[in-house]
Structure formats: C-alpha cells, structure tokens
Design a protein around this ligand. Sequence first.
Ligand SMILES: *[C@@H]1O[C@H](CO)[C@@H](O)[C@H](O)[C@H]1NC(C)=O
Ligand SMILES: *[C@@H]1O[C@H](CO)[C@@H](O)[C@H](O)[C@H]1NC(C)=O
Length: 354
Amino acid sequence: MDNSFLLVSSMILGLVLACGIFVPQADATRAFFVFGDSLVDSGNNNYLVTTARADAPPYGIDFPTHRPTGEHLGLEPTLPYLSPHLVGKKLLVGANFASAGIGILNDTGFQFLNIIRIYEQFKLFKHYQLRLRAHIGEEAAQRLVNQALVLITVGGNDFVNNYYLVPYSARSRQFSLPDYVRYLISEYKNILTRLYQLGARRVLVTGTGPMGCAPAELAMRSPSGQCSIELQRAAALYNPQLVQMLSQLNREIGANAFVAANAYRMNMDFITNPQAYGFITSQVACCGQGPYNGLGLCTMASSLCPNRDQYAFWDPFHPSEKANRIIVRQIMTGTAEYMSPMNLSSIMELDSWT
Ligand SMILES: *[C@@H]1O[C@H](CO)[C@@H](O)[C@H](O)[C@H]1NC(C)=O
Ligand SMILES: *[C@@H]1O[C@H](CO)[C@@H](O)[C@H](O)[C@H]1NC(C)=O
C-alpha cells in the first residue's frame, strides 16, 4: 500500500520555504509544481474514490504543526490540484498533481482504483495552465510555468507494486531485472520529455530510495532485519541509469533542466547509522503492526510510537517527517554525490540572476 501525508508536509514545505528564502523579492516568488506518487501526494487521492488514500487518522497527525512556519514566512503550501480551494490567486503558488500508488508505467498500481496516472497528471497540468492563462494572461502564465520549480517523484512503485508485488509476478516473468530497468528508464525519458514540452524548465527528479530497507520489506522478506538484497539490487541498477538518462536529456536540450536527487544515498545515510541522526531505529516503523511494524497500513488500530522524531520510518513504506527534513537539507545544500549536476541552493542562486 502506499500513502502518506507526512512526507508531503515536510518535504514539500521544506522546498516551498526554500523557494521563499532564496527568492525574497515580493513579485518574484517562484511557483512550485509537484508530480508523482505517494512520496509527494499531498491529498489528491482524498478527492477520489480510491483504495490508496491517506486521509484517515493518524495520517496527517503532524500536519497542522507545519502551517504556522509557512504562514510565518508569508507562504502558502502548494495545494493538491483537486482541492476546491485551488482558485484565483492561489493558482499562482503552483499545484500538487501527485497521486499515491502510481508509477512510470501505466499499469503500475492497477490494484488501486481511480488513481491519477502520470500522463493524467500532465493533462491536469495543461488544464491548470488554461485556468492560469484566463487569470493572468498568456505571457505571464507561460513565464510563471517556465520559472517554476518542479518536483517529480516516481519509480518506486514500479518495483514494489509491480515487478516485486508478488513472487513470480507477470512482469518478472516478462523481463529480467536489467531489461526491466532499461524499459523503465526509457519510458521515464518520454515522461520527462513531455513535462519539458509542457513548459517545465527546472525539474528535480528523485531516484528511488533503498526500497529493500523499508520496514514493509523487512517484515515480508527479511526476518534477520537485513535490507532485501533483490530490492537493493533493483535500486542499485536503476538509480545510476536514471542519472545518466537525465544528463543525456540535459545535453539534448542544451540546458540543465533536470536535476537528479540521490534519494538512495540520502536515505542510506541514516539507515546505516540511525544514531548519528538522532534516531533509535531505522528498521522499525513508528506506526504499523507485526514485525518491524512493517505489515499493513498505519491505522487507528496500529501500534503508534510515542516519539515520531526517534524513528527514521513513519509507516511501513515512508520516511518520518524528521527523516524528510534531513533529505530536504541534502537537496538544498548537498554535494555532487547527492545532487547532480548541482544542489538546489546553487540552482536558486543561478536563477535569481536571470
Ligand atoms: C501510457 O499512457 C500514455 C497516455 O495514455 C501513452 O501515451 C503511453 O504510450 C503509455 N505508455 C505505455 C508504456 O504503454
Ligand atoms: C552546493 O553545491 C555546490 C557545488 O557542488 C557546493 O560547492 C556547495 O558547497 C553546495 N552547498 C551550498 C550551500 O551551496
């Protein structure tokens, strides 16, 4: 399963704050658009009749505490596109099109009803642009979209909820892992090309995290508590090819439109050495049930840890809010091992001159 508010609240807010901090001029606030899966879905699925949603408690338990920070800086969080509140001036802030459960491939997440697949998200983005144009005119709308910061997070579900969904899945009989990874990368290149055609010019692209280390995978595959070798192998094959594909795309475009965030490395830092980051564990989720709290969903009936900040994972699949703050910090200021060709603060600095 696949849903969380927490990543959203911290990761998205962290990046929104970053935009505000680095672009302080009142009229130059940068719009922010988000595409992808549950790692960044701030609630579109709550407006759909779907089995992949995160609006039941205790999801969102931390959400209200974020608002004052954003409001303090005069910033509004990016709203889910399907929110009825996304109208008028709020359109200028940007929008979040992400939907839990989706993947690079159209058939990833087939077990969930009514999710917004990536090309559907792009259709909504086109629709958004029409609404924006009606509001501020064609030229200003184009400029807002071209100058926006875009985040896309997708790919993890193509492994967890497709290739490795069940043993001997149809996909794993159709493709060897290396062939599957090549197929995903070539489909992802089409997706990013489409996003560029739709006007995106600064796009943060996150690789997959260490999927084999999530409490869900420990519970299902690894009684010893070691990260699942198969899923780690998938991430190790996929992530470097993603970085290569992005730099090839940038060469074809002739600009650094796409920026790779090494989510694998960012997560591995605190997974291999949780204590150094103030966590008591990186294996047990804060909210869940069964071994490692890794089974099922986080619900009112789950065991919930007393202090979320001591856990690297919030639920069986998703990093905790504190873990996400660590990730956002690396996106902002990380070295070339974490961000290529550059970190977000370098990008903000570059873009403030143009
Ligand atoms: C996925 O769907 C989109 C839009 O319907 C289509 O253009 C694309 O070719 C499909 N991808 C695959 C791999 O079938
Ligand atoms: C960002 O990346 C650049 C280039 O890799 C590096 O020199 C710099 O120290 C990093 N951090 C910040 C805050 O810019």
